[in-house]
Design a binder for this molecule. Structure first.
Ligand SMILES: Cc1ncc(C[n+]2csc(CCOP(=O)(O)OP(=O)(O)O)c2C)c(N)n1
Length: 535
């Protein structure tokens, strides 16, 4: 049998799985062997500035490429710093393999320095884990890969010590994972409900991102309005005549959905819904990768397995219902205007920050991918950025973590070289991952970071109610992001008016490397906007 080191066998397995890049912050052990072994197979390593940021990069790369991604970290603090990223990969259903340096069995008997129980910490977050794999390292990788691409996609942990990475280990075949075909009887039951419906509506979720053609065909066949979750933006384009709006489970999308007599959930993972009671009385068909409880509503029919196959089967039998196109269009406009913001003074409001960026991209002749952070700015970014294809908009929705947008933009830009990427972020979120501006600059990535800078944690400000929270607990003085961007090797500008913002965008689109546009926004419209979204 062919022999090689475990690091080589793992690298060979990663290449077979279609992994295109490693991300991370190496330690002195196995991560160095893996960097070398992967480079020998054409898989480069991107050095991040922080481990959870590396996880966000990898998660975005996995979403963009449809292939699993890998992050390398050192044991102890490297691992613990990756945990927020691991939680994102768990709740946002991203197949990211976290490979951590580890301890040999002999070391485990006496070492206490930097020793934390990676396995126990990762256990609730990962689909599978392997510690100290020994000569079966590549076989372990195959099992982890299968689990990551299982019904509920997500991360895995491989802990491997220096010595084990250097030990001899045979290569192993990597799995090709397929979801089971949907059950014919369940499809029949779904068809009967669709047949009886006059006004079916579709809510598309993250599991349908690989089924855009089938979702669109079903919507056309039914003439039904389509709502998308944040992560499913682009499965049906915002500019599509059947686009109804963004679905969060809140109030903004409710008027049109309340008219539906059947709601078809197409790959909507319950992790995507805000925790509010289900508002609708219509019957529900749930199409999902695997059987799970929706917690908000009990479906009348659930069809599980290959989501694209289910949607294709339903599309093949669909006939048009009674919706009027004009009515859908005016409801969509109603949804948009409920969320629109107007600025009181000369500073741009949050919705303007997004619509002006979309217009500047159009004028520059490009269609950037966008990554969106967590915070009040998220409502404008997710509502007003026009997505055309799945994963045109990347977001941490299940975890909804801050500090996501810039690293995700980096991961996406590396995964699809040449495509522009925008990161929409609050000032608080950017401060959590500021060092990654250096990663973007060193890799000369065409990223434009747009900061909704109000020197506040606006989303938390909105939730404070009548509590007498001191001002300095929820805000800070304006940090100078433009200066930081320049110091780290990028471009930077600070703008306070729409006119200056337009000019900065035009300049940024004409610039090859990363740019930061620090937009001093007028946040006064946030309370009305969040009230419209959530009700
Ligand atoms: C890592 C992390 N810490 C805390 C939170 C809770 N949180 C959600 S939004 C928010 C405020 C975000 O402020 P900023 O980034 O400035 O965006 P804004 O709300 O002002 O648009 C906080 C603290 C979170 N989601 N993630």
């Amino acid at each position: 049998m062919q022999t090689m080191t475990a690091a080589d066998a793992i690298a060979e397995g990663l290449a077979a799985l279609g992994v295109r890049r490693l991300f991370g912050m190496p330690g002195g052990g196995s991560s160095l062997d893996l960097i070398v072994a992967a480079a020998g197979r054409g898989i480069p390593f991107t050095l991040a500035r922080q481990e959870s940021a590396a996880m966000f990069m990898a998660a975005a790369a996995a979403e963009v490429t449809g292939r699993p991604s890998v992050v390398l970290v050192t044991r102890g603090p490297g691992f613990s710093a990756a945990v927020t990223g691991l939680a994102h990969a768990d709740l946002d259903r991203c197949p990211v393999l976290l490979i951590s340096d580890g301890f040999t069995p002999a070391q485990r008997r006496f070492v206490t320095h930097q020793v934390i129980d990676h396995d126990a910490i990762a256990a609730p977050l990962v689909r599978a884990r392997a510690v100290s794999p020994g000569p079966d390292a590549a076989g372990c990788l195959a099992r982890l890969a299968e689990a990551m691409e299982g019904p509920c996609r997500g991360p895995a942990l491989l802990e491997i010590a220096d010595e084990a990475a250097k030990a001899q280990a045979p290569p192993a075949a990597m799995p090709v994972t397929r979801l089971p075909a949907p059950d014919g009887a369940a499809i029949g039951a779904a068809k009967r409900l669709l047949d009886a419906a006059r006004r079916p509506a579709i809510i598309v979720g993250l599991e349908a991102r690989e089924a855009a053609a089938e979702t669109r065909a079903l919507a056309r066949g039914l003439g039904a309005p389509v709502f998308v979750t944040y992560k499913a933006k682009g499965v049906v384009a915002d500019e599509d005549a059947l686009f109804g709006g963004v679905f969060t489970g809140g109030a903004a999308e409710a008027p049109l959905l309340a008219e539906a007599d059947l709601i078809l959930l197409a790959g909507a993972d319950p992790v995507e819904f805000i925790p509010q009671p289900w508002r609708y009385r219509a019957r529900v068909i749930d199409i999902a990768r695997f059987p799970r409880s929706l917690h908000s509503v009990a479906p009348d029919v659930q069809v599980t397995g290959d989501v694209a196959a289910t949607l294709a089967a339903l599309a093949g039998a669909a006939r048009a219902g009674a919706w009027d196109g004009q009515h859908i269009a005016s409801a969509r406009e109603g949804w948009r205007s409920a969320l629109a913001t107007r600025a009181n003074g000369t500073r741009p409001g949050p919705a303007q920050v997004v619509t002006i960026a979309a217009e500047a991209a159009r004028q520059a002749g490009v269609h950037p991918r966008v990554a969106v952070d967590a915070g009040a700015h998220m409502f404008s970014a997710t509502s007003f950025w026009p997505a055309r294809e799945p994963n045109d908009l990347l977001i941490s929705n299940g975890l909804a973590t801050m500090g996501f947008a810039l690293p995700a933009a980096i991961g996406a830009a590396l995964a699809e070289p040449g495509r522009r990427t925008l990161a929409f972020t609050g000032d608080g979120g950017l401060l959590m991952c500021l060092g990654e501006l250096a990663t973007a600059a060193e890799n000369r990535l065409p990223i434009i970071v747009v900061v909704f800078n109000d020197a506040r944690l606006s989303l938390i400000e909105l939730k404070k109610g009548g509590r007498p929270v001191p001002d300095e607990s929820l805000g800070w003085r304006h940090p100078g992001f433009a200066e930081v961007a320049r110091a780290l090797g990028g471009h930077g500008s600070t703008v306070e008016t729409e006119e200056a913002y337009r000019a900065a965008l035009a300049e940024a689109f004409a610039t090859k490397g990363p740019s930061v546009i620090d937009v001093r926004i007028d946040p006064s419209a946030y309370p009305a906007q969040i009230a419209a979204v959530r009700g």
